[in-house]
Write a protein that binds this ligand. Structure first.
Ligand SMILES: [Zn+2]
Length: 419
């Protein structure tokens, strides 16, 4: 059996929770006769995280935050030649691809409850997408998995749990929050404390601990009284006091998301989640990020109006690294290490040169900064796709007033943001 390795960056306070989750998975693996998943704490590192702060206007600041880097190993679950590459929740429709899988679950949104094994399209909570060695995909109802592969369901449930460790690793349980109220809390937090993102590299996570969405979720579960007082003390802010002022804006955000035309997986998930009156704990990150997306949209409109030009900046310098460690030489040269650059592809242009075909790929990160890379190998990517890129800054470019940071020696990963 193959062993798969994944890397997580988590908030140091969440170490115990992660180790506990992995221990539980290890127990399940032992029962199934599989190699046990392991978690190894590699190091604590400072990474730069963007925070948007309300200071009469929205300002995005990069601040250093301490993270714990973990290396997690999983047995690669293959049953009768089939590997679980994703799950589709039916109500609301939310796709969850296996981290690192290069395919797309988008086509399954049209028929989230279909089972290609029994061909009954009946009401189901979840279907599973499997892929075999030849790349063939099949969508199977959870209850049909045993019949389809001749194996017990336990091993599938274990595989699904491994795939969704990052996603499930956070606010737990089935309590619900009113979606509008959750957004109001998110807005109040962003305005007063700043925004802490959960959408870093899918593999490296920045998953849980106390991001803005986790604070918002915790606050949404409090029903007043001394509990609320304690919460306000811990946060250093009585968030429940002025929350009413955020209602109008929360409504606008829900409208903005409903009207958005973006077609990437993240937006498709966001649209179905924000259309629901209530939100489950595990979807809080995605829902609360709508507040950030909305503000970024307003800020972009505003900036474009004011200056008639791009808001992209050169915050890194030549020699800085994204998603890579600095060598001693780099450090001596004064280079800075940033997390992998995550963004949405905005431009692609392929050129034939004497040395072969090369493609210019440009993407814009969540702060509106543009990046570029001349690639001789990437042909799988598309405009609008969310990617995460590891690379080294080669050059600082400017074209028609838009600054872009050009990277070289890149490694690209497609992403499906579902946090
Ligand atoms: Zn079936």
């Amino acid at each position: 059996m193959e062993i798969e390795k994944r890397e997580f960056f988590i908030n140091p306070e969440s170490k115990d929770a992660l180790l506990k989750s992995v221990k539980k998975l290890a127990k399940r693996a032992a029962k199934l006769g599989l190699p046990e998943p392991t978690a190894r704490h590699v190091e604590d590192v400072e990474v730069m995280v963007s925070r948007e702060v309300w200071d009469l206007e929205w300002k995005i600041k990069k601040v250093p935050v301490l993270k714990s880097r973990f290396e997690i190993t999983f047995p690669e679950v293959k049953i009768a030649g089939w590997e679980i590459v994703g799950t589709i929740d039916a109500e609301p429709v939310v796709t969850n691809a296996k981290p690192g899988w290069a395919g797309s679950l988008k086509p399954y949104r049209d028929h989230p409850t279909r089972c290609e094994h029994c061909n009954h399209n009946r009401s189901r909570k979840m279907t599973v997408v499997l892929q075999n060695e030849t790349g063939e995909l099949i969508q199977v109802g959870r209850s049909c998995l045993k019949d389809f592969t001749g194996h017990e369901v336990g091993i599938f449930n274990f595989g699904i749990a491994c795939n969704s460790l990052e996603q499930n690793f956070g606010p737990r349980g089935e309590p619900l929050a009113n979606t509008e109220y959750l957004l109001m809390l998110g807005l109040a937090l962003i305005r007063r404390v700043g925004w802490t993102s959960r959408t870093m590299l899918r593999n490296s996570g920045d998953p849980h601990g106390m991001s803005t969405s986790d604070w918002a979720w915790d606050a949404s579960q409090i029903r007043g009284g001394t509990e609320a007082e304690k919460f306000a003390e811990k946060l250093g802010l009585n968030i429940f006091e002025e929350i009413g002022t955020e209602r109008e804006e929360a409504k606008k955000i829900i409208e903005f998301i409903a009207d958005s035309k973006e077609e990437n997986d993240y937006f498709l998930n966001l649209r179905s989640l924000c259309a629901e009156s209530h939100t489950r704990g595990k979807h809080t990150g995605t829902v609360v990020s709508a507040a950030f997306v909305y503000h970024r949209h307003l800020a972009k409109l505003e900036a474009a109006k004011r200056a008639g030009k791009s808001t992209s900046s050169h915050f890194a310098k030549v020699g800085d690294k994204f998603g890579r460690k600095l060598s001693k030489k780099d450090k001596d040269a004064g280079a800075t290490a940033y997390p992998a650059s995550e963004g949405t592809i905005s431009f692609m242009h392929t050129r034939d040169t004497d040395w072969g075909v090369t493609t210019l790929i440009k993407w814009v990160d969540d702060n509106g900064n543009e990046f570029g890379w001349w690639s001789s190998s990437e042909s799988r990517l598309k405009i609008g796709q969310r990617i995460s890129v590891i690379g080294t800054v080669k050059k600082l470019d400017e074209y028609k007033g838009t600054k872009s940071t050009m990277l070289s020696r890149c490694k690209v990963e497609k992403m499906e943001v579902s946090k």
